[in-house]
Design a protein around this ligand. Structure first.
Ligand SMILES: [Zn+2]
Length: 452
């Protein structure tokens, strides 16, 4: 339905926009404007539909509008002073190009796209009764020229079947950002090896042919976007995923796709797309159509935006610190990690103040050597990552940054230096992959979640 080819002219305009605003709006110092997009709209683009047997027959465009309107209200209520711009407040059609244009024209600092997922439905068959059919038994009498065919009628009782569309078993909320392809392990698992699965498998959110990353224009846009917004989009997406998980709902992780999420790649700001639930899963369809579900999602997303905003704005206020030498032990030089930038940074919320971190080499064991710092303290000094865990116990303090830094001592045989961190927080377990090189560190920030 929405497989429009993006006009080349607009593509050029988008490229132009990204290049020529370089240095002006490098990264927002403050989150002033949040654009909320209710996915799809109008009779031309209803999005996905509940189609399984006994479904509510709800339309994605209505669900996204209801959730988006609640999200707009919640953001305004909870983050006063921020301008919240909905792309639509009624059932109107907008092309992805128009949606992206609204976000860019309002100079959004964040772009939140609300969608609902779907997937191909299998056909089921069930017996609904029986019927009596007259059949014939064929036999022959006589021989040679006298041979005669005899049809003997008999009654046969046969089952009568009914065919129906089976509901999806997949359920849960997933968050998408535009970047190199990555699918969370959780989402991959529920797809049961369905390799063709892409968000809204019928391609409703996909504009496959729009941006070809093999072209110089495509590569430029991808590179600029990645450089500027990928880390922030990923950070916000991670927070949304965590807040959704906190509601008790199945959270399917942060996923990345290079192709197909046009609105995400065409907007000049960090952007995420939330597939709130599967419209063809009965439990999810009820949830995303219910006042309670819609409100819960709006509140979870708002909570994530609040955390993200606080973090971005507090980072901006930090004045660069000169290398510290005097404060520490006199003989000790400034921590060597301070000479490198932090490129790969993740934030996770934990419930317990003591957490366990096990780290391994991620992927090929290629002699990656790392050091690990936690709140400026060197905890691991030049250890080789292997398939066997190095374990640490960390004390997380409320209101503090609680930053764990991965410092690459080499690149290993296969650069960059990558570590898999498994974090055990009471009964919860998080898996985080970090990669560092000789110019950039990677970090995990832990936030202690209040249980009041
Ligand atoms: Zn959609």
């Amino acid at each position: 339905m929405l497989r429009n080819k993006v006009p080349f002219l607009f593509l050029f305009a988008a490229l132009h926009l990204l290049i020529f605003t370089d240095g002006v709006a490098q990264t927002p110092k403050q989150i002033r404007t949040i654009v909320v997009d209710a996915g799809h709209g109008g009779s031309k683009d209803p999005g996905a539909t509940g189609q399984y047997e006994n479904s509510l027959r709800s339309l994605e465009k209505d669900v996204t509008l209801a959730i988006a309107l609640k999200l707009v209200d919640e953001l305004k209520k909870q983050i006063p002073g921020v301008r919240v711009v909905p792309t639509r407040t009624t059932d109107i059609y907008q092309s992805p190009t128009e949606k992206a244009k609204i976000a860019n024209e309002f100079k959004g600092d964040l772009f939140l796209c609300i969608h609902a997922d779907s997937g191909p439905l299998k056909q089921g068959k069930r017996q609904v009764g029986e019927r009596t059919v007259t059949r014939y038994k064929i036999s022959y009498k006589g021989k040679g020229k006298r041979k005669k065919k005899i049809k003997t009628p008999y009654e046969s009782i046969e089952p009568v079947y009914e065919y129906f569309k089976m509901p999806l078993t997949r359920k849960g909320t997933s968050v998408w950002i535009f970047a190199a392809h990555k699918t969370s392990a959780k989402l991959q698992a529920i797809m049961d090896g369905d390799e063709n699965f892409e968000i809204e498998a019928n391609g409703i959110d996909s504009v496959e042919t729009s941006l070809d990353f093999r072209t110089p224009e495509g590569r430029t846009i991808a590179a600029i976007y990645a450089k500027r917004y990928q880390e922030r989009s990923d950070r916000l997406a991670t927070m949304v995923n965590e807040e959704v998980e906190n509601t008790g709902r199945q959270a399917l992780g942060v996923n990345q796709r290079q192709k197909g999420i046009w609105v995400l790649q065409a907007t000049n700001m960090p952007a995420i797309l939330i597939e709130t639930g599967f419209i063809n899963n009965p439990e999810d369809e009820l949830y995303i159509n219910s006042e309670k579900g819609q409100q819960e999602l709006a509140e979870a997303i708002t909570e994530a935006v609040k955390r993200y905003k606080a973090q971005v704005e507090s980072t901006n206020n930090l004045t660069p610190q000169p290398a510290v030498t005097g404060d520490k032990k006199n003989t000790e030089p400034a921590p060597v990690y301070e000479t490198r930038a932090i490129k790969d940074s993740k934030t996770i919320q934990v419930k317990n103040n003591k957490i366990k971190v096990d780290f391994y080499d991620d992927g090929d064991i290629d002699n990656d050597i790392v050091s690990v710092y936690f709140n400026t303290n060197l905890l691991v000094d030049k250890k080789t990552l292997t398939a066997n865990a190095h374990s640490l116990t960390l004390t997380i303090e409320p209101g503090k940054t609680n930053e764990l830094i991965l410092f690459a001592e080499n690149l290993g045989n296969i650069p960059p230096n990558t570590a898999l961190m498994v974090i055990t927080d009471g009964t919860s377990r998080h898996e985080i992959r970090l990669s560092a090189d000789l110019k950039n560190n990677a970090s995990i920030r832990f936030e202690l979640k209040n249980n009041n």
